[in-house]
Design a protein around this ligand. Sequence first.
Ligand code: SF4
Ligand code: SF4
Length: 208
Amino acid sequence: MALVGRGVLAGLGVTLTTFFETYPWGRAVLRLMGRQHTNGVVTIEYPDVKQQHAERFRYFPFLVYDKEPDNLRCVACKICEVECPPQCIHIVGPAKDEQGRPLKPKGRPYPVEFDIDVSICMSCRICVDVCPFDAIEMDNNYELSDTDRFGHLVYNKEQLLRPNEYFQQIKPTEASVVDQRLAAKHAKAAAVPPAAGAPPPAPPGPAA
Ligand code: SF4
Ligand code: SF4
């Protein structure tokens, strides 16, 4: 019983501290008491004021391209489509010529269509984790409300495309790791001499 009483008092202490932290005079009192404090819990006046999210905050995925939109990293391998738990990714491709051979204008195949139904996406990030090409990343833009569920919430390839600079801007730590990984892959591919008559190796990332 005594233990329960101490827990309740400790909980009330947290609540009281948070209450004090919320006001300048309360923070002054806490400082006088030698207590460390945050700025408390406040209601942000959204949309006039927007909360700064942690870098790892995620919402829906986007497709990364390097330098130009037609230089997207996705090769339409469809691993993400298969692994997506709610099956909200739809890919058509890779693009092929009349003989059925994959088209590789940038040295690698590319999807004809790539759609994500963001009204179904649950932001699990599995598509990012399974992609072998670092071609898909999580966006942190959450201001996507719309009145047309079928017309506007199924994002096509063009709507999903973002430059790598955007990824670097919203998630600098993660983007830096990806850039280093792709640069290492590129260096490794460049070190292997191509077979006689073979086309140059596919550019694996930003170094392309
Ligand atoms: S974040 Fe999860 S639910 Fe959304 S598209 Fe990727 S795998 Fe599917
Ligand atoms: S995003 Fe990645 S896993 Fe999905 S189809 Fe493209 S290359 Fe494959």
